[in-house]
Design a protein around this ligand. Structure first.
Ligand SMILES: [Zn+2]
Length: 266
């Protein structure tokens, strides 16, 4: 009984989220088959040292979807560097080329997380278990080739989910509080306001580093100082879960918008 109810609920919420919160489709035109091998053996695991849990105060995670690219992703990284913070990038496998892999490596070496946002940004609720698995594996393999570490978290394209996805994908699902920044009509100020209004301890901010999204790059100059002013420390998604003492459970059937969430949608 519970399962039936859950399935109905998921369908309804997935639909409404897909309409409202969902991510836009990335630029998937590049069909490069070339895999960028991690030839540079000097690129080591630079993932930040996790401190003792009691050492963290208010934490928040900036996350960016639909990269990597050589246009907007570097601008986002410049801003992170400028403000001395880290973020997490949920990448689309088909966007990983030799060139964009270098950008991804830069992010990783800065201490950022590289996470999975599928291979081709499909609505996975319409796919078979095998197709879903292929999408996930493709991107995790590509990320591992480039940075030497596999993603631990997954963000469903359009935040559309179903039970098959939960069964097949062995990573926690991440949503977050968005600013509809995939929509060009939403200006810089509105993006800033939306992000600040939804900020909370343990929260996940959902933005996009897709090609040409300069309004989000600009918004970061206001979002980051404002949240620092409120006492937030910016951490990766991995560090967010650690700081809040939440296990990274591959079987979890929650779509996290903040680390301590216990309901499917928060
Ligand atoms: Zn997306």
């Amino acid at each position: 009984m519970k399962k039936v109810l859950k399935t109905i609920l998921m369908g309804a919420v997935a639909f409404s989220l897909a309409m409202g919160v969902g991510c836009v489709t990335g630029e998937n035109s590049s069909l490069e088959k070339e895999s960028s091998k991690a030839e540079d053996s000097s690129s080591q695991n630079k993932r930040r040292q996790l401190r003792d849990k009691s050492d963290y105060g208010k934490v928040i995670a900036l996350t960016f979807d639909d990269g990597p690219n050589t246009d907007t992703t570097p601008l986002v990284l410049d801003k992170l560097e400028e403000h001395g913070i880290v973020a997490s990038f949920f990448v689309i496998g088909n966007n990983i080329t030799d060139e964009s892999a270098e950008v991804m490596k830069r992010a990783y070496n800065m201490g950022c997380d590289i996470e999975n946002h599928s291979q081709s940004h499909p609505d996975m609720t319409k796919m078979t278990a095998e197709e879903i698995k292929a999408e996930i594996d493709f991107t995790s393999d590509k990320v591992e080739e480039a940075v030497g570490e596999r993603p631990q978290f997954f963000r469903p394209p359009y935040i559309a989910v179903n039970q098959t996805m939960f069964d097949v994908i062995d990573m926690p699902f991440i949503c977050g509080y968005g600013a509809e920044d995939y929509n060009n009509a939403i200006g810089v100020e509105e993006r800033v306001e939306k992000v600040l209004a939804q900020a909370r301890d343990g929260g996940i901010i959902l933005l996009h580093d897709m090609n040409g999204n300069v309004q989000t790059v600009e918004a970061l100059d206001k979002i980051i100082p404002a949240l620092k002013e409120q006492g937030y420390e910016f951490v990766t998604i991995t560090e967010l879960f650690h700081a809040k003492g939440v296990a990274i459970d591959p079987d979890s059937e929650i779509i996290y918008s903040y680390a301590e969430q216990t309901e499917m949608y928060g």
